[in-house]
Design a protein around this ligand. Structure first.
Ligand code: BES
Ligand code: MN
Ligand code: MN
Length: 467
């Protein structure tokens, strides 16, 4: 007698992942070996090779129309599988470029030689974003192989996210038809923990700029001129220090004008999320936290605008000592923005203010770099509910909605140019050391992501059909 067993989707997923576990990891390692640093032109070829690799893997997984699309900068990899015009369409976005690996000497193993330690993959891009977007390609392969793909999929994997996606706006504008979709799905954010799965419902915007203070027309002997001519480093330091007041509020006039304050209920919900302050301090080896008075840590990172110094330089920083009064001092500054601030407006406010506080004995130049707009993603959409259900099924726990502190500039653009909302279904952890030495991604999270994604499609298609 034969018994016909129909496997549930979850069983099919588990079986397929089990069978292909090692290959899934080997392929991710191959991808991680490309030093695809978008910020540094010396890696240009590696960036192109990474793009070609992603395209090849999309083709192998079963995507059609796969293309490495040229832009004025690093290429965008596109691929799709259309199974029916009446079916909904999901646009998967990710980025194959990574941050520079410096400082190299702090890595325990080389950044582009992925190494497993204690169940974690150590490599630049392991979590941000190669490990995360590659889960989508493997989940797609799984759905193709098990014939469980229930809607249309488009992939758009870019190569300039880490430098502000400057050329992506044009690409999106020129490919509106090609990119048409019902929702954008992105895994490039964090969860609270694997025990407390969560979904980010917002991203902060960004305004990035560089300032330069110039004093005398040349570097001077600090004994001959020191004390009689203003030192640009001292002046810049004072100007920078004045940008926060004693309560750590930002002092730029008008900076908070458009900021939307959370309602008490929203604040309450946000602070309900599990957060262990002692653990947080321990992880960072700090004795005390810091921040804007009147707000909790979760409010500060998720809902408040900030101003950070990213780098500062000037004068002599080589070996030994050189007695010099430098001609110039500079700094890189970023401001994280929240609804309804805009990058252009904040850049303008900063520039005006910084110029106005410049004392007469120096000159100041403000050079804007790139920006991005803040977003809040809907929590009542079909796609968000599908993500909730997928996570609940895969993790055995309902995800907690949270507000993330990072930025993904293209998300606001998808909304603006294509009218498509985004679901941020990230599987990283804040402690994965994104942008830091020894970036990592837990192998467990990698497989968990691959298992969760097909469930998202199942629920998204089913819920779409109901509506
Ligand atoms: N994946 C991050 C953004 C992120 C990280 C969002 C963690 C939420 C949680 C992304 O790759 C990133 O680093 N973005 C940059 C912005 C870019 C314009 C340089 C950022 O947030 O600094
Ligand atoms: Mn990222
Ligand atoms: Mn990043």
């Amino acid at each position: 007698m034969y018994v016909c067993l129909k496997l549930t989707l979850m069983q099919e997923i588990k079986a397929y992942v089990k069978l292909n576990k090692d290959r899934f990891l080997t392929e991710l390692f191959e991808l991680l070996r490309f030093p695809s640093v978008s910020a540094d032109p010396k890696y240009k070829n590696d960036v192109l090779n990474a793009a070609e690799y992603v395209a090849a893997k999309l083709r192998q997984a079963g995507a059609d129309q796969v293309e490495v699309c040229q832009t004025a900068g690093c290429p965008v990899v596109y691929g799709e599988k259309m199974i029916g015009p009446a079916k909904p369409t999901v646009l998967v976005y990710g980025h194959y470029d990574v941050q520079p690996p410096d400082p190299l000497e702090l890595w325990k193993t080389p950044p582009f030689e992925p190494t497993i330690r204690d169940g974690k993959i150590y490599a630049r891009g392991a979590c941000d974003d190669k490990g995360q977007f590659y889960m989508h390609i493997k989940a797609f392969e799984l759905m193709m192989q098990t014939q469980t793909l229930s809607c249309n999929i488009k992939f758009m994997i870019e190569g300039e996210e880490e430098i502000g996606s400057d050329n992506l706006g044009v690409f999106v504008q020129q490919n509106k038809e090609k990119l048409k979709a019902d929702v954008v799905l992105i895994s490039d954010t964090s969860m609270i923990s694997m025990e407390n799965p969560s979904l980010e419902t917002g991203l902060r915007g960004l305004s990035y700029l560089e300032v330069e203070v110039t004093g005398p027309n040349r570097d001077l002997h600090s004994g001959v001129y020191g004390g009689a001519v203003a030192n640009p480093i001292t002046v810049l330091s004072k100007m920078i220090a004045s940008l926060h007041d004693e309560n750590n509020h930002i002092t730029i006039p008008g900076f908070y004008n458009d900021v939307v304050e959370l309602t008490e209920a929203e604040k309450h919900a946000l602070n309900e999320a599990p957060f262990d302050l002692e653990e947080y301090k321990k992880d960072l080896a700090i004795d005390e936290i810091w921040g804007e008075k009147g707000y909790s840590t979760l409010e500060r990172t998720g809902t408040r605008p900030t101003l950070e110094l990213n780098g500062i330089w000037g004068g002599y920083i080589g070996e030994g000592a050189k007695t010099v009064l430098p001609s110039k001092a500079s700094a890189k500054i970023s401001m994280r923005l929240v609804p309804n601030q805009t990058s252009a407006q904040i850049t303008e406010l900063f520039t005006k203010h910084f110029e106005s506080i410049a004392p007469p004995y120096i000159k100041v130049k403000v050079k804007p770099h790139h920006g991005g707009e803040p977003v809040v993603t809907p929590t009542s959409s079909i796609a968000f509910r599908a993500a909730e259900k997928a996570i609940e099924e895969a993790f055995g726990k309902k995800p907690i909605p949270t507000r993330g502190g990072g930025s993904i500039p293209i998300v606001a653009l998808f909304e603006q140019e294509l009218g498509i909302k985004t679901v941020l279904m990230g599987f990283g952890l804040d402690s994965d050391a994104l942008h830091s030495p020894n970036e990592k991604y837990d192998i467990f999270n990698y497989y968990k992501g691959i298992e969760t994604i097909p469930l998202f499609y199942k629920y998204f298609t089913a819920l779409s059909a109901e509506n």
